[in-house]
Design a protein around this ligand. Sequence first.
Ligand code: MLT
Ligand code: MN
Ligand code: ZN
Length: 310
Amino acid sequence: MLRILVLGSAAGGGFPQWNCNCENCRRARRSEASAVARTQSSLAVSADDEHWFLLNASPDLGQQIAQSLPLLPAREPRHSPLAGVVLTNADVDHIAGLLTLRERQPLTIYATRRVHDVLASNSVFNVLNPEVVKRQTIELEQSAALHLPDGRPAGLAVELFSVPGKVALFLENPDAGPNFGTVPEDTVGAKITDQSDGRHFFYVPGCASMPPDLARRLKGAPLVFFDGTTWTNDEMRTSGVGEKSGSRMGHMWMSGAEGSIAAFSDLGVGRRIFVHINNTNPVLLADTPERAEAEAAGWEIAEDGMDIRL
Ligand code: MLT
Ligand code: MN
Ligand code: ZN
């Protein structure tokens, strides 16, 4: 059995975002029932309900742990059910929570070589004492077993695969051409498998397009969490909060012929859940036509606290 907790379902900045006064964020600040606040992007997964792995470490991790009973310490004097973290990129919304995990708690960080290099080149991550926090490189396209800090297998395997995307914002090289120096290991999707029964799901919180090889990989999957950053490519501009398009940020948009909803329409995926949802996206609001359209197409819009058993 796999158990998956949605710790944070919003994109970088969260919902509402601290400096945003768009209509969506205003409604979330008023605590409207149809505008539920969300923390930044992260899931947790377990095969035994006892040992948990984060899929990305959000800047809101402290709050997310406090709100998640299975992740609270349960034994004296120091204990955490968290055994490790799998990273899908080095964006701030996916690595800043690592700093919350200092305090000499044994853990393993799993990521591509490239993402590990980003951590290694930022000395602030040395607060994760290497005596207790291991950093394990995962090769693309190879299934790797996750382990508990004492070395026992956790019953879970992870496979990372490259998806279209963009290097982290703070590493963009404007002189490197239209892809800002992005390499294949910058943005990956993860397939997580319960080794006891083969049950699995995919987690792809950042993805810029749906090439045929990715469509083939996801075809028929029982469950996919997918990049839900924007509804339209230009919604940051049309809602007056910024100039960047979704594709400029390395994210596919949901609507229209080139959108993710259409891209999944023939894939036969059992359960489709949008995560990493930007605060400008109208699907965040329960009463919008865009939410109705996404749901009519078979999608769920993630909320923090979703608790899924597979
Ligand atoms: C993104 O998903 O595009 C990034 O998280 C943006 C950011 O780092 O703020
Ligand atoms: Mn992000
Ligand atoms: Zn906003």
